[in-house]
Design a protein around this ligand. Structure first.
Ligand code: TMP
Length: 209
């Protein structure tokens, strides 16, 4: 059985991940591709509990290293319970955020060392990396305005604009360093044009599979 593909969707706040995830999963269903849709942090009961801890606003200042380790703890569980088994069964995994979010938020946003993040990545994932990262790129000013309409701000959404500028810059730097694995999509474009781009990428991945 050929291993499935790991496709991740990334971007800052309010870039339209949910709408586009729905488009991707519908497209895969129509093509008869077996897949699992999941998210990070989360995707298993334990990892979802860690997500709640990570996202909830609290009086105590959360130490960036504690945050980083919680993100990777959730990821280890998610990989063991959901991602690795699905890939081994030959299914695709469509994941709403993955380790690029750690490089962007904990690395870019919080200022943690990328080398350290890389060590944890290696420890938790071994050689596993996404086959394709779809990066929805948007000016955080615009994204935060869009996200503001979707309920109370969580601990990340409550950060200052400069934090999200650093997140965006970190995502873009990662995409620029490995253009074959990343597709940058201008999230300020029309939905039609975004989805056309997504479809082209999916067609390409399916041909390779
Ligand atoms: P979202 O799923 O609604 O985008 O929320 C998840 C939040 O968690 C988002 O603000 C980004 C943050 N996050 C990290 O800080 N590091 C990570 O590794 C992941 C996966 C998410």
């Amino acid at each position: 059985m050929k291993r499935g593909k790991l496709i991740t969707l990334e971007g800052g706040e309010g870039v339209g991940k949910s709408t586009n995830l729905l488009f991707i999963t519908r497209w895969l269903e129509q093509r008869g591709v077996g897949f699992v849709q999941t998210r990070e942090p989360g995707g298993t009961p334990l990892a979802e509990q860690l997500r709640e801890l990570l996202l909830s606003r609290r009086k105590e200042q959360v130490d960036p290293t504690a945050e980083l380790l919680m993100v990777f703890a959730a990821r280890a569980q998610h990989l063991a319970e959901v991602i690795q088994p699905a890939l081994t069964r030959g299914e695709w995994v469509i994941c709403d955020r993955f380790t690029d979010a750690t490089y962007a938020y904990q690395g870019g946003g919080r200022g943690l060392d990328g080398v350290l993040i890389g060590q944890l990545e290696q420890m938790v994932q071994g050689e596993l990396r996404p086959d394709k990262v779809l990066l929805l790129d948007l000016d955080p000013q615009v994204g935060l305005k869009r996200a503001a309409g979707t309920g109370a701000a969580d601990r990340f959404e409550s950060e200052q604009i400069a934090f999200f500028e650093r997140v965006r810059a970190a995502y873009r730097a990662r995409a620029a360093a490995a253009p074959e694995r990343y597709t940058i999509i201008d999230a300020s474009a029309s939905l039609e044009s975004i989805q056309h781009q997504l479809q082209c990428e999916l067609e390409r991945l399916l041909l390779e599979a």
